[in-house]
Design a protein around this ligand. Structure first.
Ligand SMILES: Cc1ncc(COP(=O)(O)O)c(C=O)c1O
Length: 353
């Protein structure tokens, strides 16, 4: 606590990101992609002329917005890009959720949402997941008055995804405020809700290049929605930082979007590895939640989650442990390469033997 901090800073509880170790470990803790980005990304970086870096980037990243628009079959005016989807989410909180009513969220979802809520003074109304560990869309839609609704689909850290039909039922009921669907993990087996943005002007879908495009290190995220929502985000961006996406990141993002073959090969590989790992974990006595994401949420029927986390850590395997009510016996395991997952299973055989 410093005398120089403002009262607001004193009150904050910042998000704690998963550990980014400097030593060599098998890193299965922050849902990065185990495969490299598309080869075209390397070409962009190798051929980029540093003289371009004298100049500020395009404030609207219009070429990247157009590339995303054609990838999703929408107009460029329906796309917003930012420095990682975390930044896009922060802008969305400011642009849409700062009203005198609570924001409806699942009680178990991406743990950055409560941090933004605190930062921007947004009250949260939390709804438990249903008995199958799914986001309870009925409960989310149930209130008369709200500042909005936000959840991840697939949800994090559970991995379950609702279908677009399920989301549309929610959107038919909630028309007065923004419904934000965070699709950070959608490419690993779920269906995107982007097509619904044509019919529901209050739907904002966010996405990221960090997971299925293997670009967590470049920091690129986006939102797709009606032009009025995009304008709301742009008004916040231009009151904060006009150039959140740098010149190289824009070019790299376009190269990643162009290579659909590489994209499909990587995500299919991750999905196949996920399902094989599920079977192996179940054989070792784990309960494994169904997942349409690039991670599995698991708990052992006998062994304690925090001890398994520590045992794996000691043997050079990093997974995510959330010391939170409802989750404190679980481990969230990102899907790595086949070799990495084989090491995980061999180590768990020792720890659970
Ligand atoms: C559900 C969810 N949304 C958004 C993000 C943020 O992604 P990024 O800021 O890397 O685009 C994450 C990162 O793990 C996430 O799990």
């Amino acid at each position: 606590m410093s005398q120089f901090w403002s009262p607001a800073v004193r009150e904050l509880t910042p998000y704690v990101p998963g550990e980014q170790p400097t030593e060599q470990v098998i890193k299965l803790n922050t849902n990065e992609n185990p495969y490299p980005p598309a080869p075209g990304v390397g070409e962009v970086l190798r051929q980029y002329s540093t003289s371009h870096l004298r100049l500020y980037p395009d404030p609207t990243s219009s070429m990247l917005c157009s590339a995303l628009a054609s990838a999703y079959g929408v107009h460029a005016g329906q796309v917003f890009v930012g420095n990682g989807s975390d930044e896009v989410l922060a802008f969305a909180f400011q642009a849409f959720f700062c009203h005198d009513a609570p924001l409806d969220v699942p009680s178990i979802t991406y743990s950055f949402y409560p941090v933004y809520a605190k930062l921007y003074g947004v009250e949260l109304r939390q709804h438990p997941l249903n008995a199958s560990w799914e986001v309870d869309l009925d409960a989310l839609a149930g209130a008369d008055d709200r500042s909005g609704i936000i959840f991840a689909n697939p949800n994090a850290p559970t991995g379950h995804a609702h279908s677009p039909a399920g989301l549309e039922a929610l959107l038919k009921r909630v028309t007065d405020r923004v419904v934000l669907v965070d699709e950070a993990y959608v490419d690993f087996g779920a269906q995107s809700a982007v097509a619904l943005t044509e019919r529901y002007p209050n739907l904002l879908v966010t996405g990221t290049f960090s997971k299925s495009r293997s670009l967590a290190g470049i920091r690129l995220g986006y939102a797709i929605g009606s032009p009025e929502l995009i304008e709301g985000l742009t008004r916040i961006k231009d009151s904060f930082n006009s150039y959140p996406v740098d010149r190289l990141a824009e070019r790299v993002g376009i190269a990643a979007l162009e290579d659909t073959e590489h994209f499909n090969a990587c995500r299919n590989h991750v999905i196949t590895t996920r399902e094989r790992t599920r079977t192996q974990l179940e054989a070792l006595g784990f309960e494994v939640l169904p997942s349409q994401a690039n991670f599995l949420l698991v708990q052992h029927k006998v062994y304690d989650g925090s001890q398994l986390f520590a045992g794996l850590r000691k043997r050079g395997i990093l997974v995510r442990y959330f010391n939170k009510p409802g989750l404190n016996n679980f481990l969230r395991i990102s899907i790595g390469t086949d070799d990495e997952m084989n090491s995980l299973i061999e180590t768990l055989e020792v720890l659970c033997g």
